[in-house]
Design a protein. Sequence first.
Length: 159
Amino acid sequence: MPCNILLLSIKPKYAHKIFEERTKQVELRRVRTRLNKGDLVFVYVSSPTKSFLGFFEVDFVIEKEATTDELKHFWKEVKDHAGINYQDFYKYYEGATVAVGIFLRNVKKFENPIDLYRLREKLSYLRPPQSYRYLNEREYKIIMSLGGENPAAITNQSE
């Protein structure tokens, strides 16, 4: 099992770029996480979809201060992989103190995407986060099994 298991809320258009088009290979964030290579990230697709679509492993993470100069360098590193245009990139980081890029690998769409109401039958307390939330081992196993995946098949491959 991966060391860190994160649940991210992502807008439908960006989730589509990750799981369908495969054109988005880095997830941009305005807050730091404890993610390392090989950690697992579950994707909750926000309204109107409201479902858990799949997961990916972390390839690596880049963090920069969100200053004008650092954002210019950061944009050069992510522009071909972020699924976002220049204007939206700068608008997203406006007022931020940090710019984070989570690079993805081994993207896997669930065989059975999990509607929020279905997940709440097993984990009634689980609320999709505004930004992100760490999951425990029990939550991980339930989400994997509801999605049609074998929880034991996923291991930390960072070694």
